[in-house]
Ligand binder design. Structure first.
Ligand code: ZN
Ligand code: ZN
Length: 360
């Protein structure tokens, strides 16, 4: 594992060189883990061309020494921005890159003051995120494990969907089952939505009870070995009316079309378009109110965005969700979501739950 952190830092150094920078300041926890193996939720990596320093506070001293390899570890004696600033001053570096999305205005001011004059500051967004978007086979294996875990939980949870059960009971059971199987936690707030609440793409579980003939949307994901999974299935409790079956057929066909389109070299917008065209054929496209998917990795939403007009091309190692849906306000919604790894040839669907319409 140590080797991969070193090779990632080397790739980052090459990028810094290309951009004419001496240093990049990195503070996002997922990026810290990606580049060093450190799992603490606070700290800063000062990545220079020849070396890197991890600056942390006293809570993380032991953890940083155990986890972070090949970087020098420095204990901050003041606030993090001030400690980073002082480090830059002592290292006498001039051209400094930072991610404006990762620092508040107040933090940046403090950093600049502590670093002193004579430095050139360059905003640089998403450099590490760009590297993270292309997963290596060991990362895909981790996501596959997280995806299998979430798939198994979803299959088991279907047995608990009986009239009278409440949304929050199912959500609690899902998260308990994930932890029982070794997940470090849910990758995001579990979504459980019954009946007309399934028309809310991001429904938070409530005390609503499951009725006798209703839609159920379950959207869940686990973090396992630092990597996230994300899966959605929609089922019907009882026998579904023809209108619901029709919507389900449309979403399933749209999802299959987008999964088939997700190949190396294809623009993300084309993958989105593949799903949208199928729904338009069913005259349901106006009920598809979000994008088709998102990158998945150390974070549950990362690069690339699989959305309308996105020109970014998929590459071998891109790992994304495909999750079209149809949401009819006041009536109900249907979403089917799988995790897909793009390979040099074709792709692999990592989540393993049948996509046939299930009536319980
Ligand atoms: Zn999801
Ligand atoms: Zn998702």
């Amino acid at each position: 594992m140590n080797k991969c952190f070193i090779s990632r830092r080397r790739r980052l150094c090459n990028l810094l060189q290309e951009k004419g920078l001496e240093v990049l300041i990195i503070t996002q926890p997922a990026n810290l883990y990606y580049l060093t193996g450190f799992t603490g939720e606070a700290g800063a990596l000062v990545a220079m061309r020849a070396e890197a320093a991890l600056i942390i506070d006293g809570r993380f001293t032991v953890q940083a020494r155990e986890e972070a390899r090949g970087v020098s570890i420095r204990l901050q004696k003041s606030t993090l921005p001030e400690a980073v600033g002082r480090f830059l001053r002592a290292a006498r570096v001039k051209r400094v890159g930072y991610d404006p999305a990762a620092l508040s205005v107040a933090q940046f001011r403090e950093l600049r003051r502590a670093a002193g004059g004579g430095r050139v500051w360059r905003e640089l967004s998403g450099l590490v995120e760009g590297l993270r978007a292309q997963k290596d086979p060991s990362e895909i294996a981790q996501i596959r494990n997280a995806a299998r875990l979430a798939s198994n939980v979803l299959i088991d949870i279907l047995k608990l969907l009986k009239p009278g059960v409440r949304e929050f009971e199912i959500a609690a059971e899902i998260e308990y089952q994930m932890r029982r199987r070794g997940a470090s936690g849910p990758a995001f707030q579990t979504i459980v939505a019954f009946g007309e609440r399934s028309a809310l793409p991001h429904a938070r579980p409530t005390g609503r009870k499951l009725g006798k003939k209703e839609l159920v949307v379950l959207d869940l994901g686990a973090i396992l070995g630092h990597y996230c999974s994300d899966i959605t299935r929609t089922v019907f409790v009882g026998r579904a009316p023809e209108r619901i079956r029709h919507w389900y057929r449309a979403v399933r066909e749209a999802q299959a079309a987008a999964v088939a389109a997700a190949r190396a070299g294809v623009e993300c917008g084309e993958v989105d378009g593949a799903a949208r065209r199928v729904l338009a054929g069913y005259r349901l496209d106006r009920y598809f109110v979000h994008s088709t998917g998102h990158g998945l990795g150390l974070e549950v939403h990362e690069e690339p965005r699989v959305a309308q007009g996105q020109k970014q091309r998929l590459k071998p190692g891109s790992t994304i969700t495909i999750e079209p849906g149809v949401y009819v306000p006041g009536t109900g919604g249907i979403r089917i979501e799988d995790d897909v790894a793009v390979l040099p040839e074709g792709s692999e669907v990592l989540t393993r739950v049948p996509r046939d319409f299930i009536e319980l």
